[in-house]
Ligand binder design. Sequence first.
Ligand code: GLU
Length: 272
Amino acid sequence: MHQQSYAFVFHQTFIFQKMRLTIKIGSNVLTRADGSLDVTRMSALVDQIASLRSQGHEIILVSSGAVASGRSELKHIQHDLDSVDQRQLFSAVGQAKLMNRYFELFREYGISVGQVLTTKENFGDNEHCKNQENCFKVMLENGVLPIVNENDTVSITELMFTDNDELSGLIAQMTHSQALIILSNIDGIFTGNPADPESRLISIVKPGKDLTDYIQTSKSSAGRGGMQSKSSVAARTAEAGISVIIANGKRDNILVKLLNDKDNTPCTEFLC
Ligand code: GLU
């Protein structure tokens, strides 16, 4: 009974309000099984984001995929590189490739995009943080769609975010988004192993609910995050007053369905 009334409120919000949304797209959504950039999927997600903007929603995109797309671009590199060199090299090449694709795809809709590469140091009570906040403000005021990623070329080891899930939670708070949507290659959080037919998708997570018994510790192959990190970022962000949805970015038209028919769309929603 209680659960239904929460869901109802959220559903109404999604249908009637023009919202500011942070959308995080994970590496596994943007890459094919062979590691190459899935431009068809990327293009479909751009179509959906353009459609949400035409409904009046403001979007901030947090996109992973730099390291994965750089790795697939530089397949010919034979000699051994350590993990830091790999991350720097692949992200430097892959981020350019990723942004180039986004730039061209959004341009077809007349949408200007801007790149924000950030590091942990830009969050906190300092000048960098204020500058970054202002950068989002001026971009959004001028209709420019911010596309954010960690600056993987300089964020190494202890200076790194845990993953882009953590980054997306911080961006949602910095930009005062009403909701954060985390797109992965899975429908959300299940009561057990998602591959097990007995497992059920948890559609609503109420504030304070402990999910540790349900979460699988295995992580995604292409990205750094896993469901454990998504779940704790989602709980923290919801605690800060921002609704969070975890959903499957590989499902057709997922973003439009979440915004317009959420109750009939597989996802896990963290209520705030
Ligand atoms: N920033 C990394 C990239 O663009 C992704 C980090 C993550 O997987 O969360 O490749």
